[in-house]
Ligand binder design. Structure first.
Ligand code: GLU
Length: 382
């Protein structure tokens, strides 16, 4: 368990997320020199028995360089086309760099949507375990050509966090072109102070991450912070360090005071809660009365039909749904009943369920084990 910097020496499996800004150059395309240096460092770690998965961006940027599309505003399909061109270039660069050490690489293209399906999640997890046991390095990227959502720079930060949970990593390292999280923009303010260790996502820390990103349009600190939140809540600490500094991974794992290290707080969730809060997408909403809101927030109770005042959306039994209180979304969970059945039993006591529906599978609408509390105003987790 990593509780402070010096515990990083115990990390045995890590995810290293590498951003486009480090790898792609507007003129020459891929920066093979940068990849070679990084790979040399990763190889040193692997020789010490550390398993490494790489989450690498760069497909879209490399495709754009090849097509002369840099600086253009691109449609989703153009970005997807660029990714299809850039992804093999990216793999070739990693393949060549690791081949110098006789190391095999494997391509894993995932979408966040894939990870919402339990079977696919398990498949991704089993495949990576098999690759690790064969001494192979998984190189992961989002499967950009098929993603249904807009491709945004910064998506790979989230993907990195999810991968760290899928493969049960000890640490997520996000390599970028700044030295970590600062209280103000270090390039503009000489007195900017770096956060060394963050144990809590306080309002101050969240504000510090609010600024925009860097040169190649990466997601900036906000998306890295969000990724750190997802991974730490799932039990995996996260670090943001400068990938341009030689030996940065070795230094980080030696416990040196570099970058920003996000440690897991007391708000750790179970894998199940992480799955509900971070991976699944809500398909509907239930409005609840003040009594139900109190019971959920203060006593951690299950949600009963009597407290439900409105059902929004069309969803089946088992769907992920948001629970809305007086000031916004307060929780997210898995529904025991379909929207259609919930409309019939809302406001009724649990003893009436069978009379109304002709069956009663559960006395609660959402069982407490399938419920995660969120912040009322922002939908962020408590
Ligand atoms: N998957 C995208 C790419 O490889 C990048 C997304 C990101 O930078 O976060 O180009």
């Amino acid at each position: 368990m990593i509780r402070e910097r010096r515990d990083l020496a115990k990390a045995r499996r890590i995810v290293v997320k590498i951003g486009s800004s480090l790898l792609a150059d507007a003129r020459q395309g891929i920066r093979q020199d940068v990849i070679d240096t990084l790979v040399d460092e990763l190889e040193t770690l692997m020789r010490r028995g550390i398993e490494v998965a790489v989450v690498s961006s760069g497909a879209v940027a490399l495709g754009c360089v090849r097509l002369g599309w840099l600086g253009r505003t691109l449609s989703v399909h153009e970005k997807q086309a660029a990714a299809a061109i850039g992804q093999p270039k990216l793999m070739r660069a990693y393949g060549n760099a690791f081949a110098r050490h006789g190391r095999i690489v494997a391509q894993m293209l995932l979408t966040k949507d894939d990870l919402r399906h339990r079977r696919r999640y398990l498949n991704a997890s089993n495949t990576s375990a098999t690759l690790f046991s064969a001494g192979v390095v998984p190189i992961v990227n989002e499967n950009d050509t098929v993603v249904v959502e807009e491709i945004k720079f910064g998506d790979n930060d989230t993907l990195g966090a999810l991968v760290s949970l899928v493969i049960d990593a000890d640490l997520l390292v996000m390599l970028t072109d700044v030295d970590g999280l600062y209280d103000k923009a270090p390039r503009e303010h000489g007195d900017a102070r770096r956060y060394g260790v963050v144990r809590q996502f306080s309002a101050e820390v969240l504000r510090a991450a609010g600024g925009a990103g860097s040169s190649f349009g990466t997601g900036g600190m906000a998306s890295k912070m969000n990724a750190a939140r997802i991974s730490t809540r799932g039990g995996v600490p996260a670090a943001i360090v400068n990938g341009q500094r030689p030996g940065v991974l070795r230094a980080l794992l030696a416990g040196e005071d570099i970058g920003t290290l996000f440690l897991c707080g007391s708000d750790r969730r179970s894998r199940r809660q992480h799955w509900i809060a971070d991976v699944l997408r809500p398909e509907g909403r239930l409005r609840v009365d003040a009594g139900a809101e109190r019971a959920l927030l203060e006593r951690g109770s299950s949600l009963l039909p009597v407290g439900v005042t409105a059902v929004e959306g069309v969803f089946d039994k088992g769907a992920c749904i948001d629970i809305v209180g007086r000031h916004g979304v307060i929780a997210r969970g898995l529904s025991n009943y379909s929207a259609e059945d919930l409309r019939k039993i809302q406001g009724h006591g649990s003893h009436e369920i069978e009379r109304i529906l002709g069956y009663r599978d559960f006395s609660s609408v959402i069982h407490r084990d399938n419920l995660v509390l969120l912040h009322p105003e922002t939908g962020e987790e408590r």
